[in-house]
Ligand binder design. Structure first.
Ligand SMILES: NC(=O)c1ccc[n+]([C@@H]2O[C@H](COP(=O)([O-])OP(=O)(O)OC[C@H]3O[C@@H](n4cnc5c(N)ncnc54)[C@H](OP(=O)(O)O)[C@@H]3O)[C@@H](O)[C@H]2O)c1
Length: 338
């Protein structure tokens, strides 16, 4: 079988580097091109990148020459994976798509457009079928916090709840390489992340939305969100309260343990065996135990008609690089990759 050839935009950023590492030994996806900003075009990847992964830069990539984002540089790949900053992503990605190039993107512009699927694979992989008749495939990943916090709602969203209240504690890496100066976050908590409190409920309403041919109709979501930046390198945490009557906590736990919607597909190297891992000890899960594609839940309780849970996930793998690769693997398994 010939491999799926991909190029990577934003390859020198924190998400891009994670993607380089994930794709290093991938059995059927091959990273054949890397791109960064104009200032680094033509340089070798190893000379331009400030590598922060705790492994060596893959040998095949270290001497690869960085190319531009122009469609002419990506004509010969099957998919472009984009880890571009939001400020520049829309123009670059739409130029690629109009030139007939498939794109899977981490950047926020156009996430809410009804004819572009916004995919958190275990929750709504079926939305990908809206691309069946499209010659060029353009797919968005949700915001990293949305990806993590939407997972445990897979069941609850269909219940008669009153309102979901979420407070997040988000890692510094969520802001990218140049996001936050050390002096601003060291020994500090910043009580606001620009744009995040609107994005999370909006994106959740689309992820749990209904497909009508080639469009998504958003679901009505009742949710209030507060987002905080905390001095943690990787992993986003959240405390969620949901008020609802007659909630069956034991049944929820059973459903979480049975939740394996992607197990019907073969060859998904990025799909975790158990997408949601439940912790019973009061002091679990903790940041140093959590890395990868699983979402972790702890502090589960239901008292006075209020469900409470603590949610923790890896913003760089689950929230970005990992689901980009999982989405491409799924599209391959669903025969949507050509
Ligand atoms: N960090 C997270 O946890 C996370 C999670 C989910 C989604 N996202 C989204 O993923 C995207 C990438 O985030 P990040 O955290 O990896 O950002 P980052 O660390 O700031 O990296 C940005 C990358 O884009 C390149 N770039 C910058 N300006 C460019 C331009 N005008 N043209 C072409 N390339 C350009 C940079 O190349 P140079 O090295 O040459 O400057 C670098 O490779 C963003 O849209 C972000 O919102 C991030």
């Amino acid at each position: 079988m010939s491999k799926i050839r991909v190029s990577l935009l934003g390859s020198t950023g924190v998400v891009g580097q994670k993607m380089v590492r994930i794709l290093e030994d991938h059995p059927y996806i091959e990273l054949v091109k890397v791109s960064a900003s104009e200032k680094n075009k033509g340089k070798k990847y190893g000379d331009a990148v400030k590598w922060v992964e705790n492994s060596k830069i893959p040998e095949k990539i270290v001497d690869m020459e960085l190319v531009s984002t122009a469609p002419s540089d990506h004509k010969d790949v099957d998919f472009v994976l984009s880890a571009l900053p939001s400020e520049v992503a829309e123009g670059i990605e739409t130029r690629l798509v109009s030139s007939g190039i498939n794109v899977i993107s981490n950047a926020s512009p156009l996430r809410m457009k009804s004819d572009i699927p916004l995919i958190n694979p275990e929750i709504n992989y079926e939305h990908l079928y809206m691309l069946e008749d499209k010659e060029v495939k353009y797919v968005k990943n949700p915001n990293c916090t949305t990806t993590i916090m939407s997972m445990p709602l897979f069941d609850i969203i269909n219940l008669d709840y009153e309102r979901i209240y979420l407070t997040t504690m988000q890692a510094v890496s969520g802001a990218g390489f140049s996001g936050l100066p050390y002096m601003a976050i060291n020994n500090n908590i910043i009580p606001y992340i620009n744009g995040e409190e609107e994005k999370i409920p909006a994106e959740i309403s689309k992820i749990f939305g209904y497909r009508s041919n080639d469009r998504i109709i958003n679901r009505n979501i009742k949710m209030s969100v507060t987002t905080l930046r905390v001095p943690v390198a990787v992993d986003h945490a959240g405390v969620m309260y949901i008020n609802m009557k007659n909630f069956d906590l034991d049944n929820f736990v059973r459903n979480v343990n049975r939740f394996k919607p992607l197990s019907k597909f073969n060859g998904l190297t990025m799909a975790p065996e158990r997408p949601i891992v439940l912790h019973e000890k009061n002091d679990e899960p903790q940041v140093h135990d959590v890395s990868g594609m699983e979402i972790h839940i702890g502090r589960l309780s239901y008292n006075d008609n209020i469900l409470r849970m603590y949610i923790l996930g890896d913003n760089l793998i689950r929230g970005a690089a990992g689901i980009t690769v999982l989405t491409l693997e799924l599209m391959h398994a669903m025969k949507l990759d050509n």
